[in-house]
Design a protein around this ligand. Structure first.
Ligand SMILES: [Zn+2]
Length: 166
């Protein structure tokens, strides 16, 4: 069990970044009365300055090809990227019902945390579910999410540092 528990611990989902939650709430409201749908991705907590193992949800991969039907959004299976970093999903219910539909339960098997956002898209108009569709706690973490650019752009200082050692 040693190795397995170690793996599980390192991929533990600690929560969702506050600005990411705000982003999905705003996006869901902007998409109303249609459904908003995306996949959740995470960043290692240590890269966000947290002294913990685990992942924080920091990114949403918005799914193109989501049905424009406001009753039920259907994601075309072939448009789902084969992305091993996806931790789960997020989608909105324009009718405000914070419960997974039968169709939702079928898709929740992919990933471990699934967020449903309901109209009127206020700060508390959402609920997280596990892959069985049971309500689960998702902590909101006040952490600064770096822009992608910050990860991949070297500063002159970094370059100088590289040159010094080569
Ligand atoms: Zn749904």
């Amino acid at each position: 069990m040693g190795l397995l528990s170690g793996l599980f611990r390192s991929s533990e989902i600690l929560g969702i970044a506050e600005e990411t939650l705000e982003f999905v709430l705003e996006s869901s409201e902007a998409t109303h009365p249609n459904e908003y749908m995306g996949f959740l991705r995470g960043t290692e907590a240590s890269r966000l300055g947290l002294d913990r193992d685990g992942l924080v949800i920091t990114d949403v991969l918005v799914i193109p090809g989501t049905s424009q039907n406001s009753v039920s959004a259907t994601v075309k299976t072939n448009s789902i990227p084969n992305d091993t970093k996806a931790l789960g999903s997020v989608h909105s219910h324009p009718n405000g019902v914070l419960r997974p539909s039968q169709a939702d339960l079928g898709t929740f098997t992919r990933g471990s945390v699934h967020v449903i956002i309901g109209a009127p898209y206020g700060r508390h108009d959402w609920q997280a579910f596990d892959s069985d569709g049971k309500p689960t706690t998702l902590h909101v973490i006040d952490v600064e999410v770096p822009d992608e650019d910050d990860f991949f752009h070297f500063t002159q200082e970094d370059i100088d540092e590289e040159l010094k050692w080569n």
